[in-house]
Write a protein that binds this ligand. Structure first.
Ligand code: ADP
Ligand code: MG
Length: 327
C-alpha cells in the first residue's frame, strides 16, 4: 500500500462553553490544537500525556464520534472529515475502538457471544451456526475458551471483559484499532497479558493501533512511535526507543523522570513534573508548558514553539531545545 493508513492534519477541537448566542462568541475549551501525524499499516502510535490534555478528544475525532472544529482526517487517502453517516459506514468498519472501562461499553443484557457477533450482524445476516462459529473463533483469538460465549459481562473478570471488548473490535477485521486507556483500569499483571495479546494480534493480523495512555511504562512496552501531548498539542513525536533513551522536550523529560522504573538497573535523574496542568479554557501564552518548565526563557512566554524536526528525525516543539537549529 502506498501512503499512510491514517493521516490527521491540523486537527483542532474547541468545545464552546456558552449557550445560545454565547455559543459562537463565548469562552471555549481548547481541547485539541493543530495536531498532525500519520500512522502506517501495522504500526503502533502511542499518545501520552496527563489527564485533560486532549487524548480522548483526539480518539473521538479519529473515530468521527465528534466533528473537528478544523483540520482533516484522511484514511487510506480518502478525506473522511465531512462524510455523512451513510458514506462513513465502510470507513467505520475499518476503524474500531476499545475503551478504558469495558463494563460500561458492553451491553450487560447480552451474552459474550452476542456482544462480539453484533458488529458483523449490523452488516450481514448470520445463521445460528455461522454466529456460533464466529463467536468461537473470536474468543479463541483473544485467548478465551469458546464456552465463555454464554456468559454475561457481569460473570467475567476485568481482564476477560477487556478481552471481550477486543474480540468485538476484531469482528469486522479492522485495519486500525484506537485503544483509549484500554489497560489503565486493570491490575499490572493483567495489563501485561492484554498488551501481549495486542502485540500478538498485530503480528498475526497486521493491525495498526493508536494506543492512548497516561502511563509511560505501558507505552514503552507496546509503541513503535510515541506522541507526547501537553494541553491539546503534540510537544514531541519520536520513535519509542529514541524517546525513552533521550527525551528532548522538557515535558517528556519530566514525565519519564516521574514514571516508575520498570527496569531497576536503569538510572533516571531529574525531578517529576511539578505544578498543575493549566486550564485549556485560558491556556498560558507562548509555550503552554512554560509556567512548569525549569528551562523557560523570555521567548517561551511570547511565542508558541512549532514542532521542528531534529537531526534524528524526531519532532520537538521547544524554543530552548531546538535553538541550536536556529539560523
Ligand atoms: P484526556 O483524555 O487527555 O484526559 P479529554 O480529551 O477528555 O482529555 O479532555 C480534554 C479537555 O477537553 C479537558 O479540559 C476536558 O474537560 C475538555 N472536554 C472534553 N470533552 C468536552 C465536552 N464535551 N465539552 C466541553 N469540554 C470538554
Ligand atoms: Mg481520556
Amino acid at each position: 500500500m502506498s501512503g499512510p493508513l491514517l493521516k490527521v492534519e491540523n486537527l483542532t477541537k474547541h468545545y464552546p462553553l456558552g449557550r445560545g448566542f454565547l455559543k459562537k462568541s463565548g469562552p471555549v475549551v481548547r481541547a485539541l490544537e493543530n495536531v498532525s501525524f500519520s500512522v502506517a499499516a501495522g504500526e503502533t502510535l502511542c499518545i501520552v500525556g496527563e489527564s485533560g490534555c486532549g487524548k480522548s478528544t483526539l480518539a473521538r475525532l479519529l473515530m468521527r464520534i465528534v466533528k473537528p472544529t478544523s483540520g482533516r482526517v484522511v484514511i487510506d487517502g480518502t478525506d473522511v472529515t465531512d462524510l455523512e453517516p451513510n458514506a462513513l459506514r465502510p470507513w467505520r468498519r475499518r476503524m474500531q475502538m476499545v475503551f478504558q472501562d469495558p463494563y460500561s461499553s458492553l451491553n450487560p443484557r447480552l451474552t459474550a457471544g452476542q456482544i462480539i457477533t453484533e458488529p458483523v450482524e449490523n452488516f450481514e445476516r448470520l445463521s445460528p451456526k455461522q454466529r456460533q462459529a464466529l463467536a468461537s473463533d473470536l474468543l479463541q483469538k483473544v485467548g478465551m475458551r469458546p464456552e465463555m460465549m454464554r456468559r454475561f459481562p457481569s460473570e467475567l473478570s476485568g481482564g476477560q471483559r477487556q478481552r471481550l471488548a477486543i474480540a468485538r473490535a476484531l469482528a469486522l477485521q479492522p485495519s486500525l484499532i484506537v485503544a483509549d486507556e484500554a489497560v489503565s483500569a486493570l491490575d499490572v499483571s493483567v495489563q501485561a497479558q492484554i498488551l501481549n495479546l495486542l502485540l500478538d494480534l498485530q503480528q498475526d493480523m497486521g493491525i495498526a493501533f493508536v494506543f492512548i495512555s497516561h502511563d509511560l511504562s505501558v507505552v514503552e512496552h507496546i509503541g513503535h512511535r510515541v506522541a507526547v501531548m501537553y494541553l491539546g498539542r503534540i510537544v514531541e513525536l519520536a520513535l519509542c526507543e529514541a524517546l525513552f533513551a533521550k527525551p528532548t522536550h522538557p515535558y517528556t523529560e519530566a514525565l519519564i523522570a516521574a514514571a516508575p522504573l520498570p527496569d531497576p538497573t536503569r538510572v533516571r535523574s531529574g525531578s517529576p513534573v511539578e505544578g498543575e496542568v493549566p486550564s485549556p479554557i485560558n491556556p498560558p501564552c507562548g509555550c503552554a508548558f512554560h509556567p512548569r518548565c525549569p528551562y523557560a526563557v523570555e521567548r517561551c512566554r511570547m511565542e508558541i514553539p512549532p514542532l521542528v524536526p531534529m537531526a534524528d528525525g524526531r519532532l520537538v516543539a521547544c524554543h530552548v531545545r531546538t535553538r541550536a537549529l536556529d539560523i
